[in-house]
Design a protein around this ligand. Sequence first.
Ligand SMILES: Cc1cc2nc3c(=O)[nH]c(=O)nc-3n(C[C@H](O)[C@H](O)[C@H](O)COP(=O)(O)OP(=O)(O)OC[C@H]3O[C@@H](n4cnc5c(N)ncnc54)[C@H](O)[C@@H]3O)c2cc1C
Length: 389
Amino acid sequence: MRQNLKQVFIIGAGVSGCISARILAEAGFQVVILERRDHIAGNAYDYYQDNVLLHKYGPHLFHTNNEEVITFLQWFSEFFPYEHRVRGEILGKLVPIPFNFQSIDILFGSEQAAVLKSKLQEAYGLDAQIPIGRLLQSEDPVICELADFVNRYVFMGYTTKQWGISPDQVDRSVMERVPVRTSYDDRYFKDRFQMMPAEGYTAMFRRMLDHENIAIRLGCDAREFLKIEGNQLFFDGARMDGFVIYTGSMDELFEWRFGRLPYRSLRFVHEKHLKEKVLPVVQVNFPNRYSYTRISEFKLLQREKTENTILTYEYPIPCRDGDIPYYPIENQDNRKLYNQYAELAGKIPGLYCIGRLAEYRYYNMDQVIEKAMGLSKKIIEEEYTWETN
Ligand SMILES: Cc1cc2nc3c(=O)[nH]c(=O)nc-3n(C[C@H](O)[C@H](O)[C@H](O)COP(=O)(O)OP(=O)(O)OC[C@H]3O[C@@H](n4cnc5c(N)ncnc54)[C@H](O)[C@@H]3O)c2cc1C
């Protein structure tokens, strides 16, 4: 292993921070992680309550098509196969989400269902995923009617609650996430690898950070130490010689000088039930009733054998001062605002911004892991080239 390479400060012990830390530490960098919260693992953090492993910041299901990502994670945890299935309450019935042939069978009479399924199959082929936006553009009146139904009862209510805005203000990439499937496949994801860390995410990331070159400071807001003056980074008053990997919000890094980047926040309510199980699957969505969007029963995910269970209700809320920024609200105006911050960050040598917050992107964990792997490799290559020149 190489010694005496530069120091790296990583702001945030979330998914991107943990992955970068381990790869750089293995290459001999001295890594210091500053994390504002009192725990590691960012939004993937999980913990035990009443013998049930709860996901503190909402259900985190691991899925990827990238074998390199899963191979890396398997160094730090065993995984068990898990395919996520979601039901949505539509007109008083629980149907598979994404909306599929079974959803059609449950909600329509058998003759109408047969017509709808054969029309969909004819138009898009079997086992296709058609985003609701595309379905709505169909010229076939039968498909159009179904698209209107799905839009009204599955997409609209959920999206309006989730984002607190009308669906026409939501970015296309979000609409792409709500497909209709031309098959009976009721898995929520179609990725090649779908699995969960056997002892949870926190245990996995704890092992990842267990390295002699990694120091972690929890409960530590980097803004107290990290300052930007002109294009220079200062840490604790001294000019930075090494690198900073920043995984927090970009507007905050530059003290909101161009304005606030809008986010959506969430409130979670956990409710203990003295029953072995309540829901038919881990997650049930409520697009049309209540102010929460979904209920999760994490016990079913981890298959814990307990006499009690816990239901977690998820309420979307506006992101105000002090709230956790969960979802970037992706649209053209917000991207423009983000780009102003990114341009400033790009001029600062040694500053790298990655992750869901720092890139203001609705990334899944595997995407963030790919990013962190790519960035760490780039830093290692640059440092080696610099040293040998
Ligand atoms: C409700 C919800 C459900 C999700 N479900 C899934 C799922 O099922 N599958 C999936 O693949 N992905 C899911 N995701 C996405 C997943 O959470 C993200 O991809 C991942 O957590 C991003 O990691 P990150 O490191 O970029 O950010 P985070 O996990 O947000 O980590 C950033 C860290 O930086 C810290 N920080 C920020 N600013 C500072 C500062 N100034 N000083 C110190 N520390 C700071 C924060 O406290 C935080 O811990 C979900 C996200 C949400 C919100």
